[in-house]
Design a protein around this ligand. Structure first.
Ligand code: NAP
Length: 294
């Protein structure tokens, strides 16, 4: 069994990007800038945005943080997005999800200019992904999964990929990529969800199994074909009184039992998570290049 080390792969990707950005900026070019919008004080959202800000700073990007109270109106939030869309010194905009219930996430993501939508969640970028337009911004988690497989010398043509979860941010865009005709496409893709009957009979057929459900240890060893490649997207908090925080993070896959059956597997944490942030930075760099070259 080979461990797909997302932390190491993300680190080498960031190092490459850092060198490229440094080289560019020292030539007197404007500095790539990403704006983060955070609504409310959800501790996990605060941590995620801080992490993204610190990686952006390490790469030499500027970042701006706009925060709003939990009860912000749609009009006030959209006015901020409109300003950032117009501001030519801002190249990427990220709205940290989840948003409070009174705000529509889809409507908010769609408000971001498609050329600054570095999260790839707008209908414009999802539509372009469907059309296999290379200028689209691909959602960072599926893009990170693709990169992990590429760096691990995995090919997908003709393989059966089973994806657990059909969310707009992971399952659906991942299915579009793997069923497409790109270099990591041409797979036969099955997407499962909460209404899928006899999940195990489907997952047992997977050459590559991607779990993006949000249920700790849903995937057990009897659900996995011997020699399969398993990508665990899940990031679940489970109580653990032995830790300082009182919880620990775990994936959707029962790693200890499933790993011995796999040819390759990602740990969680330490697999897809670091890649998601790295791909956000790659998307920001791409947005910057597209905007400054036109
Ligand atoms: P989500 O929007 O809640 O979607 C979960 C999906 O799983 C839904 O499609 C749901 O089906 C399906 N599902 C629920 N129970 C199921 C079951 N028993 N069998 C099969 N499918 C089932 O979640 P998400 O945003 O995609 O995130 C999924 C997980 O990935 C979470 O743990 C999240 O924290 C993690 N995540 C990690 C990263 C990262 O960077 N590492 C990034 C994004 C997400 P229905 O559609 O029928 O409800």
């Amino acid at each position: 069994m080979e461990l797909i080390d997302g932390k190491a792969i993300a680190e080498s990707l960031l190092q490459e990007l850092e060198a490229e950005v440094k080289n560019h900026v020292t030539q007197g070019m404007p500095i790539p800038t990403i704006a983060f919008i955070r609504v409310g004080e959800d501790p996990a959202s605060i941590t995620y945005v801080r992490k993204k800000e610190s990686i952006a700073a390490r790469l030499g990007f500027k970042s701006r943080l706009k925060t709003f109270p939990e009860d912000v109106t749609e009009a006030a939030l959209f006015a901020c997005i409109d300003d950032l869309n117009k501001d030519t010194s801002v190249h990427g905009i990220l709205i940290q999800a989840p948003l409070p219930n009174h705000l529509s996430e889809q409507k908010t993501f769609n408000r971001v200019s498609p050329k600054k939508d570095v999260d790839g969640f707008s209908s414009s970028n999802l539509g372009k992904l469907c059309q296999e337009d290379p200028h689209s911004f691909v959602a960072c988690t599926p893009a990170g999964i693709v990169e992990l497989l590429k760096q691990s010398n995995v090919t997908t043509a003709g393989k059966h990929i089973v994806i657990l979860g059909r969310s707009l941010i992971v399952g659906k865009p991942a299915a579009l990529i793997f069923m497409g005709k790109g270099s990591l496409g041409n797979a036969t893709v099955t997407v499962c969800h909460s209404q899928t009957k006899d999940l195990a009979s489907i997952t047992q057929q997977a050459d590559i199994l991607i779990a993006a459900v949000g249920k700790p240890h849903l995937v057990t060893e009897s659900m996995v074909k011997k020699g399969a490649i398993v990508i665990d997207v899940g990031m679940n908090r489970i109580e653990d009184s032995s830790t300082k925080r009182g919880y620990r993070l775990t994936g959707d896959v029962d790693f200890d039992r499933v790993a011995p059956r796999c040819s390759k597997i990602t740990p969680a944490p330490g697999g897809v998570g670091p890649m998601t942030v790295a791909m956000l930075m790659k998307n920001t760099w791409k947005a910057y290049q597209l905007q400054t070259s036109s």
